[in-house]
Write a protein that binds this ligand. Structure first.
Ligand code: SF4
Ligand code: SF4
Length: 63
């Protein structure tokens, strides 16, 4: 399993109310910045759910 970012809810990292918090709190380096957007590195995600519960825009869902 992995997670999916809803681009409409996330917007760009520069618009994130939490300054890209999801990238900072992912302990598996499964979320990285790419061209001011969040990219998921599927093979690194262990489904801990931290990013899902901490995104202020509810932009991250399990996939
Ligand atoms: S915390 Fe949510 S809104 Fe902020 S960059 Fe991550 S996915 Fe986007
Ligand atoms: S669910 Fe956990 S491991 Fe997967 S991207 Fe989110 S914080 Fe990282």
């Amino acid at each position: 399993m992995t997670v999916k970012i809803d681009d409409e809810k996330c917007g760009h990292i520069s618009n994130c109310p939490a300054d890209g918090l999801c990238i900072l709190i992912c302990e598996q380096q499964a979320l990285i910045e790419e061209n001011n957007d969040v990219k998921v590195v599927d093979e690194n995600c262990n489904d801990c759910g931290l990013c899902i519960s901490n995104c202020p825009n509810q932009a991250i869902v399990q996939s």
